[in-house]
Design a protein around this ligand. Sequence first.
Ligand SMILES: Cc1cc2nc3c(=O)[nH]c(=O)nc-3n(C[C@H](O)[C@H](O)[C@H](O)COP(=O)(O)O)c2cc1C
Length: 358
Amino acid sequence: MWNRTKVSELLGIRYPIIQGPFGGRFSSAKLLASVSNAGGLGSFGLNSYQPEEILEINRQIKAATDKPYNLNLWIPLEESHQTDYSGENFEKWKSEFGKLYKKLDLPLPEMPRTKRPINNEQIEALIQAAPPVASFIFGIPNESVIRELQKVGTKVIVAATNLEEAIAIEESKADIILATGREAGGHRPSFKRRASDSLLSTEELAKEVLSNVSKPVVVAGGITDGYKANQFLKLGVSGVQIGTAFLACDESNASEHHKELLRSESSYTTQLTNIFSGRLARTMSSKLVSDFDSVKSDAIAPYPLQSQLLAPAMKELKARGMFEYTAHWAGIPSSLIVERNAESLLRSLVTQIESDQF
Ligand SMILES: Cc1cc2nc3c(=O)[nH]c(=O)nc-3n(C[C@H](O)[C@H](O)[C@H](O)COP(=O)(O)O)c2cc1C
């Protein structure tokens, strides 16, 4: 049976289909539970949540499903991967993005005070929550963290955007490697090389990773239907992770406008940009990207400063309904997204995979 793979066995799920986690508060317990209850693995992105919120979300999830589910966190990148951002660069930022603030008749933002990183506390809450599955991007958790999670019964998935990262995950204690190709929506979670140097297609990356590792591999990036998912299962991956097609479903926390765009022809026009957050991420076309096309890379603040500095302008743009300037995160779809309901989407993925067995 196509659905009996190393991943479905290891995670105790009926179908090796994972609903990708969403940061930026786009995840919902309802979406997660719909997918898990229908036999896939629902996920929840916790990157922006405080430790006590993580425990509360975990309680909500447990009340909505008794099936396996996945909680997701980001690992902080080492300083060396960030661009240097001094006061002088903030002047450059102001001279470029000041144009946007002027256009909106808003005062220039102040440099935000840096917040204390809370990743260690988030990880402690995650261990306390003891979800059946935990996934990580932008790095590999410390060995002791992986061991603690495994001790409480949690299986660990770590994302790779290039072969070097996949080999590092293979050599770690993690259980599953997620190979995420350039078609994927949202951030490129590279951690050993620059994201801009980690842009193999999902298929190229899957082939490279599969021939160099022995741990089970899940692929993500550009899968919106069962035929595409099946191409990867036939290549030998043990599971597929799908983000954008689930983001477009009623149960996700994305805005109605975002969902409508994801289900329209405009979903075929996406681009990678670091203009919204300071890190490379895939979004549908945005006027902010085209208007600021010529901005020098050192005038873009590093993550997460860039999004903090743009926040007042983004709020105003949304309030005025100028959505053509805002980010609409999306992957490159393998076909137009038609399903509006997560359970129907999962069922149609399964039907398409099953009709494509020979
Ligand atoms: C809006 C958005 C937010 C995302 N946030 C996260 C996140 O916080 N953590 C994570 O592991 N992956 C995140 N992803 C990646 C998805 O989980 C998934 O791997 C990816 O969307 C797969 O590619 P696809 O969109 O082409 O299906 C995000 C994707 C999107 C579109």
